[in-house]
Ligand binder design. Sequence first.
Ligand SMILES: C[S@@+](CC[C@H](N)C(=O)[O-])C[C@H]1O[C@@H](n2cnc3c(N)ncnc32)[C@H](O)[C@@H]1O
Length: 238
Amino acid sequence: MEAPPEDGPIHQWTSQDEFPARLKKYWWQRQSIWDRYDQGIWMTEDAWFGVTPEPIANKIAAHVAESAPKEKNILIDAFAGVGGNAIAFARQGRWDQVFAFEKDPDALKCARHNAEIYGVDKKIVWVKGDCLSEISRRFNGQKDNIVLFASPPWGGVEYGDEDVFDLSKMEPYSLEFLYEKFNKYSSSTILYLPRNSDLNQIAKYAPESKKLEVAHYCIRGASKALCVYFGDFDFESE
Ligand SMILES: C[S@@+](CC[C@H](N)C(=O)[O-])C[C@H]1O[C@@H](n2cnc3c(N)ncnc32)[C@H](O)[C@@H]1O
């Protein structure tokens, strides 16, 4: 397997000695984050904070596949990062096309490489750039065909200090901003948000007398994050 470019922000850390001390806890978690870590996964330092662990990404991919309208066949991952979710969606096999948007070129290089390790790099259309402009440019008028998944930045790790995280303060994109934006492109949108997100803020988007599905995703009994399923998902028939 190819090695990452030398002296850059992309790493294939193979021993604890070379691993950054400030990220130590992720060294111990590496194999629960990536089952194939030892096959040569590439990461940037920042990516450790945001990557979706593989068991959670797989569970989300299964839930989305089961509950999304059957006629929709395009899956967009708006914030692909190093590929945690995009790879799981592509491996799931439910989608005719998976599009992965990422504005950080180093993260995108990692994602493509990591997808190769999982054998799905060719099943994903990789788009380098700002999803907020690129999605509208590419998918205008295709709202009925698209399921949109977004794991946005949460604005650092400080969200964890709060009992209840105020989603209007999420940086750089608030809940309201993301909802308004993505609702234009898809009537089936999933947002991956901090586990302590303010559910009252989320509930404002529930349609009149209907439920809005919120699922916590856990590892070893502890919630890691939650997903909100906005729009025409059907969990009743499961
Ligand atoms: C939380 S991480 C996503 C992690 C991803 N789900 C994974 O498993 O690797 C958020 C990512 O969004 C990217 N990003 C932020 N704003 C963006 C934008 N406007 N368009 C595309 N990517 C963006 C960041 O560079 C970062 O890699």
